[in-house]
Design a protein around this ligand. Structure first.
Ligand SMILES: [Zn+2]
Length: 278
């Protein structure tokens, strides 16, 4: 298949998987399994791996995998496994949405690697970040599915923020995976925010306002990470020193006064704090 056709075929499976990811995880995984077949075969062609009539795509994957970046090999393996589950789902259990979303994300990463460029990730624009833990991931500890709260030993619902640790960890994973959809970094986001809010010299900004902006634009970032970056990018706060400061000046964004932030004014405000500063 010519490269262009391959890319269109892959995109077709990705958008179908995206469409099904929430409502019909099994359907999504089946499409991702097809995505997997096409991409493994196209990579095998590219690497001129000989196609043995007796060998399946699974066999080819082993040879393909040894020639691609480790991270992507891992993603492809995961899609392969989950795809197998999708078509013969074990014990009559429906695959959880979390699995289809993760596989969709992994497949998108592989697709992006094969088709670098300014094309929008099919996943980023459509999917919304899920803010409620139990709506995002199931609990492996008390076996409650997506949308159902954890159940305590006494059989009572545990309530928000009292989910089992296992589930909280899963959610943290979901959050991190989601953050990768953002084609940016927290540091770049801070600059984007200043431009977006049209912050003028001398204008003050509270921590709350910063968090609200993120909550609207980049909800997958944690409050802690946002606070931490705001402090780190403030030239007169010692928090700067607890992080590995880059030499570039993109960290010299704010100046803190009365627990608020304003833009740092080079030449007018004191030099940014460094380890040498008294
Ligand atoms: Zn639980």
């Amino acid at each position: 298949m010519p490269a262009q056709d391959t890319s269109a075929t892959l995109q077709k499976y990705l958008s179908r998987a995206e469409k099904y990811a929430e409502e019909d995880p099994e359907g999504a995984l089946n499409n991702l399994r097809k995505f997997w077949e096409v991409i493994v075969e196209s990579l095998a062609d590219e690497f001129e791996i000989e196609r043995h009539p007796m060998k399946s795509t699974n066999d080819m994957f082993t040879s393909v995998r040894s020639r691609i970046p480790i991270r992507l090999g891992h993603y492809l393996e995961h899609i392969q496994r989950m795809g197998n589950f999708g078509s013969h789902w074990q014990g009559g259990i429906e695959p959880p949405t979390e699995d289809s979303l993760y596989c969709l994300w992994a497949a998108t990463e592989v697709f992006q690697w094969r088709n670098p460029g300014p094309t929008e990730m099919p996943i980023s624009s459509e999917l919304e970040f899920i803010r409620v833990i139990c709506d995002a991931v199931p609990c492996e500890y008390c076996n409650q599915g997506i949308g159902i709260e954890c159940i305590s030993g006494k059989g009572e619902q545990t309530g928000t923020d009292r989910e089992h640790t296992v589930r909280k960890k899963e959610y943290a994973k979901y959050r991190r995976a989601f953050q990768k959809h953002y084609a940016t970094t927290l540091v770049d986001c801070m600059h984007e925010m200043v431009a977006d809010m049209n912050i003028q010299q001398g204008q003050f900004l509270t921590g709350n306002e910063i968090r609200e902006w993120y909550d609207d634009k980049y909800p997958a970032y944690t409050e802690t990470a946002i606070n931490c970056h705001a402090y780190m990018m403030t030239t007169n706060l010692k928090t700067r020193l607890s992080h590995n400061l880059h030499d570039d000046r993109e960290y010299d964004l704010f100046f803190s006064e009365d627990r608020k932030f304003r833009l740092y004014q080079p030449g007018i405000d004191p030099e940014p704090i460094t380890h040498g500063t008294q």
